[in-house]
Design a binder for this molecule. Structure first.
Ligand code: DOR
Ligand code: ZN
Length: 362
């Protein structure tokens, strides 16, 4: 029975066991920051698509291989209870106007699974991104289509005259539609979608187009950034949108469609850099990622659809095997830490100091 005061919540369900999920969009950073944040992801997820927007960005196969080694070294030195977490980083390359078409083949041979499109200036460390995808990157896109390499898209135009809240919708017409028309066999993931427009576009697109959705875009609308004062920890890009868009994202995520899957976009920034006059974009959700998704799915009465979204659809779209192990969430209140160590600094996770109702079992 569903309690009428809390629609969609099945009070009888105390534990939820899922095929181990993967995170199809993650920022791990490098150095001490990498060391600090990696264990939060590795204890929950079997694999993660690792974003390449380091400084300098990861633009070559050789750099991706080296970055992968640093991630594996960080994993080895963060053993939990004497055992190394069985986590696999899936590497991506940062597409630029000057990416050599040959780099696609080298990347595939090095095990890189995707290229990431950052429109130049769209977000954190995107200065070296693409200025004109269909003008400058055609040979590379053809190579990607031929080699079976995915394209992951930060879907926002960057023109100053386009309202920040409209940038994703305008991107669909200006970039996604021509891209799909010209490269129909290329697998494209519309990353961290934030609007009803994008959810509808992906739902009606062909089978080579999918989307990731973050937990924070399922849980919050743009009021969260302004409630009782300016709240920098809710500021990310693409920025949170109106409630109508959040509802459309929840509908897409809980539709059972294999085109929508989990990508946290957990994006760590030191507390001091979030809580200053100019604050970087990003929500650090890794410490409670799966719990936040469980909260969003439960609120929609769709906990039974979480496993497909979190553990099956992404692997299927990428053409990778589903994980064979499992994880269990328990209905058990716990409080998200106020601060966590982040190299020489500290970092505040989303929902710091608040109580969550689901807890991942160790
Ligand atoms: O909020 C965001 N943070 N969006 C992005 O696209 C980049 C990310 C980051 O790297 O911090
Ligand atoms: Zn991201």
């Amino acid at each position: 029975m569903t309690a009428p005061s809390d629609p969609g919540v099945d009070a009888r369900l105390q534990t939820l066991t899922l095929t181990q999920p993967d995170d199809w969009h993650l920022h791990l950073r490098d150095g001490a920051a990498l060391q600090a944040v990696l264990p939060f992801t590795a204890r929950q997820f079997g694999r993660a698509i690792v974003m390449p927007n380091l400084r300098p960005p990861v633009t070559t196969a050789a750099q991706a291989v080296a970055y992968r080694q640093r991630i594996l070294a960080a994993l080895a030195s963060s053993e939990q209870d004497g055992r190394q977490l069985p986590f696999e980083p899936l590497m991506t390359l940062y597409l630029t106007d000057n990416t050599a078409p040959d780099e696609v083949k080298r990347a595939r041979e090095a095990g890189v699974v995707a290229f990431k499109l950052y429109p130049a200036g769209a977000t954190t460390n995107s200065d070296a991104g693409v200025t004109d995808l269909l003008g400058r990157c055609r040979a590379t896109l053809e190579g990607m289509q031929r080699e079976g390499m995915l394209l992951l898209v930060h879907g926002e135009v960057t023109d100053a005259e386009i309202d920040l809240f409209d940038r994703e919708a305008v991107f669909i017409d200006r970039v996604m539609r021509p891209l799909r028309r010209d490269y129909p066999a290329l697998k494209v993931v519309f990353e961290h979608i934030t609007t009803r427009d994008a959810a509808q576009y992906v739902a009606q697109a062909g089978p080579q187009t999918a989307a990731t959705i973050t937990a924070h875009h399922l849980l919050y609308n743009r009021n969260a950034i302004f409630t009782g004062g300016l709240r920098p920890h809710y500021y990310c890009l693409p920025v949170l949108k109106r409630e109508v868009h959040r509802l459309a994202l929840v509908e897409a995520a809980t539709s059972g469609s294999p085109k929508f899957f989990l990508g946290t976009d957990s994006a760590p920034h030191a507390t001091a850099l979030k809580e200053q006059s100019v604050c970087g974009a990003g929500c650090f959700t890794a410490p409670a990622a799966l719990e936040l998704y469980a909260e969003a799915f439960e609120a929609a009465g769709a906990l039974h659809l979480l496993e497909g979204f979190a553990s099956h659809h992404g692997a299927d779209f990428y053409g990778l095997p589903r994980n064979r192990s499992s994880v269990t969430l328990q209905r058990e209140p716990w409080t998200v830490p106020e601060q966590l160590p982040f190299g020489d600094a500290t970092i505040k996770p989303l929902r710091a100091g608040e109580t969550l109702r689901w807890k991942l079992q160790p």
